[in-house]
Design a protein around this ligand. Structure first.
Ligand SMILES: Cc1cc2nc3c(=O)[nH]c(=O)nc-3n(C[C@H](O)[C@H](O)[C@H](O)COP(=O)(O)O)c2cc1C
Ligand SMILES: O=C(O)C(=O)c1ccccc1
Length: 347
């Protein structure tokens, strides 16, 4: 995997994947305005480094809730890893464990969360949940995630309906091929379909908090007023996310939403961000603007499709090396030293 940037890894993945599966991974809702905006907005921000700071040895580690990550780059929850590699989520988890970062296991994983955990001893796992209207079934999922050792529950809140993704519709990509299943949804002899629940509301957060002592991260917050509500309803953290542009199209880029959200709740809880992070400099910009860490979705899938566990390891190593290099060049010894003065707009 001698690939020197995430872009090269994506090119290899694209060659290897079935075009319908590539489009499932790469695509977004509508005209993909938001997909493009996430990456483009990072490009519009400039970094303004400081010099002669004698920063010395670098520290990239962060503590998040009850977990630690050696690099502030988490694996975002993405579905269907067996489409990309025969080891699927097992390979992803092993690479995340080796990189000492946190993997957020998708509820729509094609390997059951117990098997993901067993495949990667020592992995820091969080579990992503789409709250199902059958709350008793939701509770069994939560119990399974707890028993598998997951340290946080990441509740996705941007999906009262699934986004309309033209590329998936064009390919007719609706069902998993060849015996692949969402193994977390197995219920006796059958596999339940995942329900996007339009009635999910703030009051259910109370129900979830009673259900588990795991910290709850709300993923998919974009409005500062919702960030405030999340803090008021006992969320342990929020993740500023537009689902990588796969849900509502034309939502702004997450990096452009971050400052207002940090101003609103930055003192109350950790703010995470995903969407369009492709370079170490993107990571620095997000942290400088107040994110506690970022997560990457598609880059991990490209690594997995290009080279399995080694491919994901390569993606995480590239990002780590780029974060370390950018930190050094900004004159910072650790991510704690990053602040908004480092970021200028426009380029
Ligand atoms: C193929 C794919 C599947 C995804 N599946 C899920 C999922 O099951 N649950 C979820 O909360 N988010 C899911 N997401 C959204 C990611 O968690 C994340 O928000 C997004 O990918 C971040 O943007 P990026 O791909 O530009 O890094 C998925 C994203 C992709 C690309
Ligand atoms: O594709 C997605 O973005 C996603 O979140 C999802 C939702 C349900 C099943 C599989 C993936």
């Amino acid at each position: 995997m001698e690939r020197w940037s995430l872009r090269e890894v994506e090119a290899v993945a694209r060659e290897r994947l079935d075009p319908a599966h590539y489009d499932y991974f790469a695509g977004g809702a509508g005209d993909e305005v938001t997909v493009r905006a996430n990456e483009a907005a990072f490009g519009r921000l400039a970094l303004l480094p400081r010099v002669l700071r004698g920063a010395g040895k670098l520290e990239t580690g962060v503590r998040l809730l009850d977990s630690r990550a050696a690099v502030p780059v988490l694996v975002a929850p993405t579905a269907f890893h067996l489409l990309a590699d025969p080891e699927g989520e097992r390979a992803t988890a092993r690479a995340a464990a080796a990189a000492e970062t946190i993997m957020i296991v998708s509820m729509a994983s094609t390997v059951a969360v117990e098997d993901v955990a067993a495949a990667a001893p020592g992995a820091e796992l969080w579990f992503q949940l789409y709250v199902q209207p059958d709350l008793a079934f939701t509770e069994t999922l939560v119990r399974r995630a707890e028993a598998a050792g997951c340290k946080a529950l990441v509740v996705t809140v941007d999906s009262p309906a699934l986004g309309l993704r033209d590329r998936e519709l064009r390919h007719g990509f609706h069902d998993l091929p060849g015996g692949l299943r969402c193994e977390n949804l197995r219920d006796g002899d059958r596999v339940r379909p995942i329900v996007m629940w339009p009635e999910l509301s703030w009051e259910h957060l109370g129900t979830l908090r009673e259900m588990t002592s795991l910290p709850i991260v709300l993923k998919g917050v974009t409005h500062p007023a919702d960030a405030r509500l999340a803090a008021g309803h006992g969320a342990a953290a929020i993740m500023v996310s537009n689902h990588g542009g796969r849900q509502l199209d034309t939502v702004p880029a997450t990096i452009d939403l971050l400052p207002d959200i940090v101003a609103e709740v930055g003192d109350a809880l950790p703010v995470l961000l995903d969407g369009g992070v492709r370079r170490g400099t993107d990571v620095l910009k997000a942290l400088a603007l107040g994110a506690a860490a970022v997560a990457v979705g598609r880059p991990v899938l490209w690594g997995l499709a290009a080279g399995g566990e080694r491919g994901v390891a390569r993606v995480l190593a590239l990002l780590r090396a780029e974060v370390e290099n950018a930190l050094a060049l900004c004159g910072c010894a650790s991510v704690d030293e990053l602040g908004p003065a480092l970021v200028r707009r426009p380029c």
